[in-house]
Design a protein around this ligand. Structure first.
Ligand code: SF4
Length: 105
């Protein structure tokens, strides 16, 4: 502790090391958890059933046909689930369903 005095050089270096380690840990945690947009707990049974009927998946089986290239996709912040005009609930930018429509160029 400093007891009201300026930080010693040793304390300042130690604080910087702790700060850098904490930032690196947060960065690693963010990168290691893939985006998931499959939580349908807030949907009605009909809304959840519609996702199954249209065979929504988080990862398209037919690239480049994916939600962020679909006319019906409503993007959110980067690395976040978006929304869809047809399907309720979270939508992965790399997802896909049978209602995919090419976004106009
Ligand atoms: S219609 Fe289907 S492919 Fe298009 S954004 Fe919605 S879920 Fe994705």
């Amino acid at each position: 502790m400093t007891n009201g005095k300026a930080l010693s050089r040793r304390e300042a270096v130690r604080n910087l090391v702790v700060l850098a380690a904490g930032s690196a840990l947060i960065g690693c945690t963010k990168e290691s958890k893939p985006l998931s947009c499959v939580d349908t707990s807030g949907l009605s049974s009909d809304e959840a059933a519609m996702r199954k009927t249209l065979e929504y998946v988080d990862q398209t089986p037919t690239p480049p046909k994916q939600c962020d290239g679909c006319q019906l996709f409503k993007p959110a912040a980067p690395e976040s689930c978006g929304a869809c005009t047809v399907l309720k609930g979270p939508i992965h930018p790399k997802g896909y369903c049978k209602s995919w429509v090419q976004k106009p160029a």
